[in-house]
Design a protein around this ligand. Structure first.
Ligand code: SF4
Ligand code: SF4
Length: 167
C-alpha cells in the first residue's frame, strides 16, 4: 500500500514540476517582449543595417582584461608582477625593466604587460589584487579571430608611461 502511495505521489510531483516549467515557457511564448535574449548581430553596437537599438552589456559582464590609459597615454601599472603571480593559469606575463627614477633610486617599470585572452578564465584575481588598480574588465565580447596569436595582447600601449603619483 505504501509503495502505491509513493508511486502516485511521484507522478503528482513530476506532473507539477512539468507544469511549472511549461508555464515559464508559455509566459515567454505569449509575451515575447519579456525575453532577455539579445538579437545578434543585428543590434551589435547599433551598426548593423537592420539595427534598431544598441546592444548594452550588463555592468558585471567580463569581456576581457584591459589597462585603462588617460589622455596623456599614462597608466597605473608599476610592473610589480603581483597579477602575474596571482593568475591561476599563466595568462599574464610581465616583462619589466629597472629604471632610475627622478629621485635617483632604482625602480621597476613595465616594459610589456602580456595578456593571453585565449587562456583567461575571467576569475578577476588579477583585477582584484592589483595594488594600483591598473586593470579592469572591458565589456568587449567580439573576440572571434582566425589567428589565435591575435588573442595575445600587450595591455600597456606603445609609448605609454606610469601616471604621476602611482608608486
Ligand atoms: S597590472 Fe597591477 S599587479 Fe599587474 S604588474 Fe601592473 S601594477 Fe602590478
Ligand atoms: S582574470 Fe583570472 S585568468 Fe584572467 S588574467 Fe586575470 S587572473 Fe588570469
Amino acid at each position: 500500500m505504501k509503495s502505491i502511495i509513493e508511486y502516485i505521489s511521484g507522478i503528482y510531483r513530476g506532473l507539477r514540476s512539468l507544469l511549472i516549467g511549461m508555464s515559464v515557457t508559455g509566459k515567454y511564448f505569449f509575451s515575447p517582449r519579456a525575453i532577455v535574449t539579445q538579437q545578434y548581430p543585428e543590434n551589435r553596437h547599433g551598426h548593423g543595417k537592420r539595427s534598431k537599438k544598441q546592444l548594452v552589456m550588463f555592468d558585471r559582464f567580463k569581456g576581457e582584461v584591459v589597462m585603462p590609459h588617460d589622455a596623456n597615454n599614462q597608466h597605473k601599472c608599476t610592473g610589480c608582477g603581483i597579477c602575474e603571480i596571482n593568475c591561476p593559469n599563466g595568462t599574464i606575463e610581465i616583462i619589466s625593466v629597472s629604471k632610475v627614477g627622478e629621485d635617483g633610486k632604482k625602480k621597476r617599470a613595465i616594459e610589456k604587460h602580456i595578456y593571453r585572452l585565449g587562456m583567461c578564465s575571467f576569475c578577476a584575481l588579477c583585477v582584484k589584487t592589483c595594488p594600483s588598480k591598473a586593470l579592469e574588465f572591458s565589456q568587449e565580447f567580439e573576440h572571434a579571430v582566425f589567428d589565435r596569436t591575435k588573442l595575445v595582447k600587450v595591455l600597456n600601449k606603445p609609448g605609454s608611461s606610469l601616471m604621476k603619483g602611482v608608486e
